[in-house]
Design a protein around this ligand. Sequence first.
Ligand SMILES: [Fe+2]
Ligand SMILES: [Fe+2]
Length: 201
Amino acid sequence: MMTMRTVSYTRMDEGTVEDYALGEEIAKPFMNATPDRILAFMECLHDTFPGGRIDRYAHSLQTATRAEDAGECEEFVVAALLHDIGDSLAPHNHADVGADILRPYVSRHTHWMLKHHGIFQGYYYWDKIGKNRYERERYRDHPAYEMTVRFTGRYDQMAFDPGYETRPIEHFEPMLRRIFARVPWGAQTKEDWPVVDRAGP
Ligand SMILES: [Fe+2]
Ligand SMILES: [Fe+2]
């Protein structure tokens, strides 16, 4: 039986340089399998927010399909696919979850769009639940404002239609894998967010 190599420390401040090098090496296959875990977790969206004409899983596929049909770039399409992935574990702040899962792999504007999509989506129904549908107007000067209006207006809020020809997850899987294969950036990685966006708004 193969025994798993382990680090020597029982508290982090006592770990050696060799320990942390070993830890990183052992973690590699796990890190590389992130897209597999994302795809597996997507299945939870079948059981999220009941009562729609289609479930959140189908809604996510349809949002991505609509974005692709309109000619959006791959990063945008993958963002559309994952925009509601937080619905299952964080129904009150789901937008933050999807945004932060993708954050190390996408531009600041794509991250911003995902993070704020709930407020922008509010424009299409908040007046019916006693809230201010114009809440998004306070972001009017943000460089990703138009992009987020486009995302919610043309794709997200439209994607509850059982009749729309929606492509399956297998179609989007290679795109998702390409985005997660990018060199990540952010506080927990070796690269910081660049000043200039990788992809524009
Ligand atoms: Fe959402
Ligand atoms: Fe959505």
